[in-house]
Design a protein around this ligand. Sequence first.
Ligand code: BG6
Length: 532
Amino acid sequence: MAQNSDGAQVSQETLGRPGPPCAMVIFGAGGDLTKRKLFPALYNLAKGKLLPQEFAIVGVSREQFSSDEFRQRTSQEIRQYLTGDVEQDSWDQFVKRLYYIPGDFKDPELYKKLGETLGQVEKEQNTHGNCLFYLATSPTFFPIVVKLLGAAKLTEEQNGKWKRVVIEKPFGHDLESAVSLNHEIGQVLREDQIYRIDHYLGKETVQNILAFRFANGIFEPVWNRRYVDHVQVTVAEELGVEMRGDYYENAGALRDMVPNHIFQLITLTAMEPPISFEAQAVHDEQTKILRAIQPLNPERVLDHAVRGQYAEGEMDGKRVPGYRSEANVNPASSTETFVALALNIDNWRWAGVPFYLRTGKRLATRSTEIVIRFRRPPFVLFRKTSVEKIAPNELVINIQPNEGISLSFEAKIPGPMVRLGAVNMDFQYSDYFGSRPSTGYETLLYDCMMGDPTLFQRADMVEASWTIVQPILDLWKALPPRDFPNYPAGSWGPEQSLELLRREGREWHDSTKKLTSLKEAAEGMSVLGTKA
Ligand code: BG6
């Protein structure tokens, strides 16, 4: 028996077999991502017996400390970031496999030292010469590290030993830089050695979109323009920019969230059924959707793309500062912290069905969801009743934080008169599967070790995504915003975002609104009924 990330005992068969022997080199081992996500995920994998016995981690970063100090530091930090418990025995085993090398990523000497350390690690931990290089660094280092790894011959695959490189987001900051990054790393690595990570694909609920759509007979027949009125994708965050002002000032909400996380959600929602879970089959279908999305021309950017920046406001009864007062942010910044877009997927399944997407920081609540709103039925039957309108059916796929799926439909409110109310059919992950979400990185790290790139982005997908976003970046650059900040922290973003749907007779799904109590309505109704 092994343990899953919640500490529950599960059979090894359910969990899967351990990855092959290998060493994992983390560039940026002193950084936030490593302590918040990578170490907790690796430890969860170890607890679940999904890490091989012959495994080692080599941390690389600028800070000067020894392997022993690195082990001590990691042992302290893990307690802060792991959602479950740290068990002393399994942690002691884990921590023995940690090594550390300080150095400058731009210095070829570092790579010489790394080669020597990997040789030593191979002898001590029997890692068989397989190696996963994880670039958890600032993006400026991506091409440099790959080039120097290549120059030191560390990415050469010989005698069946594999070498893979995981690249964090952001992959480029526009179309041109993404193409050039693909080209530069392509000089050193084959495409099947490159794992472009998007942590949204590690989320169980995101992977479940495919199971939900294609393992059920009842949804797919109505999953098209004949039945669907429009689709909404919302990735709302309560947090502000926190300590990431430096990065965010140059990124903004559009680059930070849209060509990666949101487009992943859109492609999985909109794609045709792939013929298998093989990476190529899935990526081909995702790419077709990205290519079918119509890039917005400048006129359309003006009225189909909304940007916003948060002003100070109130959240949970506390005042919070505006974006321009955050650390490392220009007090006159024109960086957007909110974006909403209306896009069209111009193919046979979706032509004419708008895909509205929005994301932002300091919004009313934390919620990532996909809403499929179906067409309204004809009204004729209800003309002579007190029903004024019929609410359209809505399928909500809740990615986080309350993982689940719900379908709303109209029901008759009990009573002598014909009145309708929307009711919900609800599925909550926690009711059935009970497990708390993991970091999301477990699946992705495991897949890299197993050599399965299905949940990673292929070069052409990244470029197709930037192709859609580029006209918006261009126009926004040419026309700096004049109304920033334009939404208070704690709201649903700028007024123009509401207007984007309102002018087409639609509205955003509001996850903070509970369905009105139909019981009360029914009670009110029977009183009315008696009176009538
Ligand atoms: C990251 C962005 O990729 O995703 C952050 O850089 C954002 O700005 C984060 O906060 C959101 O991820 P999650 O998993 O919290 O939804």
